[in-house]
Design a protein around this ligand. Structure first.
Ligand code: GRF
Length: 189
């Protein structure tokens, strides 16, 4: 099997990263995570990557004068590891021109709502505050906007009793499955 070399970008707990790492290891996704890129070296996702044995590129934007210089440093790490696709999983930054131009239509994101509803931060909180009964998960290609690229897959999830925490648990479970099946289909082509 020809494995696609991917980097997962994450800033937080990394439950999607762990689910993808598991799916790659079990060969449910024909890909290899060659790098975990984080802008937050202390985030829990780094512990997970260490445990699994996936190399980490921890690069802090504040160590650079511009976003361009930050992304160039990230790009160097990606090229060094021969990364072919970027998989965003709770990476809390907008991707800029340096990475968009280096990976045209090869950057994917997962977002916890049915886009175009509730883009941006705290999508689950936004859905609960809006009083909708159904929200969901979207996997999409990344463009220069905030959660705006072409949609690859979506799945609906019920809002549970107007409770953001319980809804988040249901959403995360769906995310782990939907990200896996979407990448499976994309990379087997
Ligand atoms: C997920 O809900 C993802 O959709 C969003 O950020 C969250 C990351 O969660 N972009 P985790 O770090 O993978 O647990």
């Amino acid at each position: 099997m020809n494995k696609v070399k991917i980097a997962v970008f994450a800033s937080g707990s990394g439950s999607n990263f762990a689910a993808l790492a598991e799916a790659c290891k079990a060969e449910r996704i024909p890909a290899e995570i060659v790098l975990m890129v984080t802008d937050k070296p202390d985030a829990f996702v780094s512990e997970r990557a260490n445990e699994i044995g996936i190399p980490i590129a921890a690069i802090r934007p504040r160590d650079f004068e511009t976003k361009k210089a930050y992304e160039q440093a990230v790009l160097e790490a990606l090229q060094e590891a021969q990364v072919e696709w970027l998989i965003l999983a709770g990476y809390m930054r907008l991707i800029g021109p340096v990475l968009l131009e280096a990976y045209p239509e090869r950057i994917i994101n997962i977002h916890p709502s049915l886009l175009p509803s509730f883009p941006g931060k705290d999508a689950i909180g936004q859905a609960v505050a809006a009083g909708v009964k159904v929200t969901g998960v979207t996997v999409h290609l990344v463009d220069e906007g905030m959660d705006t690229g072409p949609i690859l897959a979506q799945r609906a999830v019920d809002v549970i009793d107007g409770d953001a925490e319980r809804t988040a648990l249901a959403i995360h479970a769906v995310e782990h499955e939907l990200y896996t099946t979407t990448l499976q289909n994309l990379f087997k082509k």
